[in-house]
Structure formats: structure tokens, C-alpha cells
Design a protein around this ligand. Structure first.
Ligand code: NAD
Length: 302
């Protein structure tokens, strides 16, 4: 039986770990939040007290953490001098980081892993909490061919489409491009729906029209930001995440950082990033990112 250490059981990590359990893997979990681990225990996971305990006798480690600083601390060690998991895992253990982080952090962790003889891939995901629960995530993987082939055997239990984007860090770059576009599309979708409502249209009717027209996009199709239009969307559940606004702001910031390094023009991405910065500063950072719809409503007097 494959033994997998799963670290980070938040909105995404918890359903992903459940799918590994469903596939018959032995899953050893660790999160800083105890309740998150106890929920997984009821699905058959083994709860541990530390990263050290979680990785014992694991064939593979999957991490699903908020940002680059958390990933660097978990793999390389934190400021308190505690060892990183690269010091703790047994020889031959495959390392998979599925968090969305800056490509530079992914490359640094990959280099340290390689120096110690471990195979590491950056494997960020797309598909949201619904995709994580359904096991239909898209994985965008960076790493060498052998590491990719090994990672595929684990990732296939949690996702449907597994892409090899290129070398270490390239998975993160692919994901950053995707989320830059998602932030822009969500902003545009909120804007168009709000304009229609302000001018007397029913948002359900307007959504149906745009879904069959050239404005069709992922946010409109699967994640409508207007409350009451789509029963299962976070908008119809008081914008409970889902994908938190603060994580979208982080991802748009990663896009702008990358653009600055490559001197690429990203005017739409910069605008979307600033919209999310205003929205988060108004106290919405823990709400789902589709709550940006409320920003438009307030500002148009709706
Ligand atoms: P989250 O904040 O819900 O979960 C992160 C978890 O990591 C938390 O439970 C936290 O306690 C845990 N954690 C933090 N530091 C830790 C440490 N040192 N040791 C152990 N556990 C630690 O975030 P999420 O929504 O699950 O997102 C995770 C990652 O996936 C992020 O990088 C995000 O950008 C990305 N992502 C999220 C979505 C989404 O729809 N939520 C979609 C695609 C990608």
C-alpha cells in the first residue's frame, strides 16, 4: 500500500487527502489546525503531531499550503531552527508541492531537494474546491521527466488532467498565468452582471444569455458571482470559500512580480490586482473571491 504524508488540510488539501484515502492509500496527515486533522481522521487518515511524524515511512509527501513562505519553511526549516522535511524524509521519498507559490521558491526547494537526492515537483492545481472534492483537478507540473512520471501515479487519484509544463518552477508559472486570467475574467463577469442588474435585467436571464454568447467563461459557467443565480456557487452561500479573496490577491501579485522580471505588459492583471486589493482592504479577504461582485454593487449605488 502506498503511504502518503499530506501536509496542509485547508479548503483544498482536505478534499484532496480524502480522495487519496478513497483510492486506498494510507494517508498520514498534519496541519497546524487540529480540527482539520480530526475531520480527516473520521475518513480513515492517521493524525500526526508534527511534519516529522507525518513523513515517517512515507513513499510520497504532498503539501498544500497557502504561500511560498510556508512552503520554504516546511521543506527547508523555519526561523526557529526547526528542521525542514528535507532533513526528515526517508531516501527515495517523492516530494510534491501543490500549493500556488512564486516560481523562485519552487526552484529553490527543487534545488535543495535535488542536492539531497530527492525528486520534487511543483504541481499547483486548478479546479477549485469543487474539483478537489470530485477528484477532477487539473495539475500543472514542473520537474524532470522521471519525477513527473512518479508524481502522475499519485496525482491521478486527485485529478483528471495532469500536464507536464516543463522544468522545476514551470508548473507555478503556468498556474500564475491561468490565475491572472481568472482574476480578470471574474472582475469582468462581476462588472457585466452588475451593469445588467443596474439597467433592469434579471441576472439569471442575463447569465443564460451570456453563457450562449461570446462572453461565456469559466466564472460565468461554473462559479456565478451573483447570489441566487447558481445554487452551488459560493455566491449563494454568503460567499463562504471556495477560494479566498486574499489568495486571489496573492496570485495576481505573483503574476505582476513575474511580469516585472520578464518586462511583460499586464495592464488588465494590474487592474484586477488593484480591485482585489481594495476589496480585501474593505474586510473581505476571507470571503470567496467571487465576492468582488459586492464591490461593484456598492460602488454603483446598487
Ligand atoms: P487554506 O488557507 O484553506 O489552507 C491552507 C492550510 O495550510 C491551512 O489549513 C493551514 O492551517 C495549513 N498550514 C499553514 N502552514 C502550515 C504548516 N507550517 N504546517 C502545516 N499546515 C500548515 O488554503 P486553500 O484554499 O486550501 O489553498 C491552498 C493552496 O492552494 C494555496 O496556495 C492556494 O492559492 C491554492 N489553490 C486554492 C484553490 C481554492 O479554490 N481554494 C484553488 C487552486 C489553488
Amino acid at each position: 500500500m502506498t503511504t502518503i504524508a499530506f501536509i496542509g488540510l485547508g479548503n483544498m488539501g482536505a478534499p484532496m487527502a480524502k480522495n487519496l484515502l478513497k483510492a486506498g492509500c494510507k494517508v498520514q496527515v498534519f496541519d497546524l489546525v487540529e480540527e482539520a486533522m480530526l475531520e480527516l481522521e473520521s475518513y480513515g487518515a492517521i493524525v500526526t503531531k508534527s511534519v516529522n511524524d507525518a513523513v515517517k515511512q512515507a513513499n510520497a509527501v504532498v503539501t498544500m499550503l497557502p504561500a511560498g513562505e510556508h512552503v520554504r519553511a516546511v521543506y527547508l526549516g523555519d526561523h526557529s531552527g526547526g528542521p525542514g522535511l528535507l532533513e526528515l524524509v526517508e531516501p527515495g521519498t517523492l516530494l510534491i508541492d501543490s500549493s500556488t507559490i512564486d516560481p523562485e521558491s519552487a526552484r529553490i526547494v527543487a534545488k535543495h531537494a535535488d542536492d539531497k537526492g530527492f525528486e520534487f515537483v511543483d504541481a499547483p492545481v486548478s479546479g477549485g474546491v469543487a474539483g478537489a472534492a470530485a477528484g477532477t483537478l487539473t495539475f500543472i507540473v514542473g520537474g524532470n521527466d522521471r519525477a513527473f512520471d512518479r508524481a502522475e501515479q499519485v496525482l491521478k487519484h486527485m485529478g483528471k488532467n495532469i500536464f507536464h509544463a516543463g522544468k522545476a518552477g514551470d508548473g507555478q508559472m503556468g498556474k500564475i498565468c491561468n490565475n491572472l486570467m481568472l482574476g480578470i475574467l471574474m472582475s469582468g463577469t462581476c462588472e457585466a452582471l452588475n451593469l445588467g442588474i443596474d439597467n433592469g435585467l434579471d441576472p439569471k436571464v442575463l447569465s443564460s444569455i451570456m453563457l450562449q454568447s461570446s462572453g461565456r467563461n469559466w466564472a460565468l459557467e461554473l462559479y456565478n458571482p451573483c447570489p441566487g443565480v447558481m445554487e452551488n456557487a459560493p455566491a449563494s452561500n454568503h460567499y463562504q470559500p471556495g477560494f479566498m479573496s486574499k489568495l486571489m490577491l496573492k496570485d495576481l501579485g505573483l503574476g505582476l512580480d513575474s511580469a516585472s522580471k520578464s518586462q511583460s505588459s499586464v495592464p488588465m492583471g494590474a487592474l484586477a490586482r488593484n480591485l482585489y486589493a481594495f476589496h480585501n482592504a474593505a474586510g473581505n479577504e476571507e470571503l470567496d473571491f467571487s465576492s468582488l461582485f459586492e464591490f461593484y454593487q456598492k460602488n454603483s449605488g446598487g
